[in-house]
Design a protein around this ligand. Structure first.
Ligand code: NAD
Ligand code: IPM
Ligand code: MN
Length: 360
């Protein structure tokens, strides 16, 4: 069970960030310590105060040196970033997008997996119908911040925001989707774009997809425009296995995906660069109105922790954690957004009780 005792220490950088990110990361920490007791993984958790509070006090977001330090970790667990006191999102951009871009975490892996039938917002759908993954390109597209504003604040104002798509970037995320499908026995990869309108940027997606798909003859390749994909996620989610899409579209459809799982509090994600330090965070944000109230759902954070454990090659610990979340859902030990009456900390405590109860 777990890794042998003589294995190296696994160092995890913990960044709570802002708002409910702070509340839910505490539960991830609690659960990780508990799991480490069971599986002897040799985890070392180090805290970093990168976020709005530090930015407002010191003007610092994330320096080049701090980013270099993060690279020395095996993985990063992040709560959320975003604070109404920083309306221009400067610190979110530097810290969250900074980590994604500078560390070249080109895969945003966002599973859409319903863990309990009761949580599904769709009529007559069950766990069998909702179980797919979205791979969102995570380093390009509309997120690169190329553009500008001319004649700001005047009636002649012009705002330009470029959508950057590179052959290398598009190819590597498509290939990752096919390789994942091959490894996991999936039969279908769906690529979603808006190539009917974005006739340059998404034409590149079309041509690259057409070139790569035949290299995976055992996998059916499928294309949907992103608007149609959004509709099909509601109409017939069971048709999907692996979806690959661009940065902005992936952001949007994974909020729809989160709701298919019971809400934003239920969705986990990984920002990956295979073989390198990767970052794990819930799909949700800092939900300022719930911050510090001990009511945020910690499952999205805990399921991101599960993804991190799997990435770090502790599959049994990951599986045990997912089973504990499912057990909580079955016992009704959840926060109120998913029908329970527990606080954030009570849910974390209950996960630990289940892990202790099932320790083999
Ligand atoms: P949000 O995800 O923070 O919250 C939207 C709503 O979803 C909340 O009001 C709440 O009703 C629900 N919700 C989200 N997480 C929940 C949880 N764990 N438990 C219970 N309910 C939950 O999105 P928003 O309000 O659009 O954004 C708030 C801030 O977070 C903004 O600054 C935004 O930019 C930022 N944000 C950050 C990340 C990130 O760090 N990865 C992701 C999304 C948004
Ligand atoms: C997400 C968030 C971020 C994104 C924001 C906060 C920059 O919405 O992680 O889904 O758009 O990627
Ligand atoms: Mn988002």
């Amino acid at each position: 069970m777990g890794k042998p005792m003589d294995r190296k220490t696994i160092r995890i950088a913990m960044i709570p960030g802002d708002g409910i990110g702070i509340d839910v990361l505490k539960e991830a920490e609690k659960v990780l310590k508990c799991l480490d007791g069971v599986f002897q993984m040799g985890l070392r958790l180090d805290d970093f105060d990168y976020g709005a509070e530090r930015y407002l006090k010191t003007g610092k977001t994330l320096s080049a040196g701090e980013l270099e330090e993060l690279r020395t970790y095996d993985a990063i667990l992040l709560g959320a970033l975003g604070d109404p006191r920083v309306p221009d999102m400067k610190h979110t951009s530097d810290i969250l997008l900074g980590i994604r871009f500078q560390m070249d975490l080109f895969v945003n892996h966002r599973p859409v997996k319903l863990l309990h039938d009761r949580l599904c917002p769709l009529k007559d759908r069950t766990r069998q119908d909702i179980d797919f993954v979205v791979f969102r390109e995570n380093t390009e597209g509309l997120y690169v911040g190329i553009g500008g504003i001319f004649k700001r604040g005047t009636p002649d104002e012009i705002a330009v925001q470029e959508d950057m798509n590179t052959r290398k970037g598009v190819e590597r995320i498509l290939r990752y989707g096919f390789e994942y499908a091959r490894k996991h026995g999936n039969k279908k990869v769906t690529m979603a774009d808006k190539s009917n309108v974005l006739t340059y940027g998404h034409d590149l997606w079309q041509r690259t997809f057409a070139e790569i798909a035949p290299q995976y003859p055992e996998i059916t390749s499928n294309h949907l425009y992103i608007d149609a994909l959004s509709m099909q996620m509601i109409k017939n989610p069971a048709q999907f296995e692996v979806i690959v899409t661009s940065n902005m579209f992936g952001d949007i459809v994974t909020d729809i995906g989160a709701q298919l799982q019971g809400g934003l509090g239920m969705a986990g994600s990984g920002n990956l660069h295979p073989g390198a330090t990767s970052m794990f965070e819930p799909v949700h944000g800092s939900a300022p109105k719930y911050a510090g109230k001990n009511i945020a759902n910690p499952f999205g954070m805990i399921l991101s922790t599960q993804m991190m454990l799997e990435f770090l090659e502790f599959p049994e610990a990951g599986a045990r954690l997912e089973a504990a979340v499912i057990a909580c859902l079955e016992e009704g030990k959840t926060t109120r957004d998913v029908g329970g009456a527990c606080t954030t900390t009570e849910v974390g405590d209950h996960i630990c009780r289940i892990l202790e109860r099932n320790r083999g």
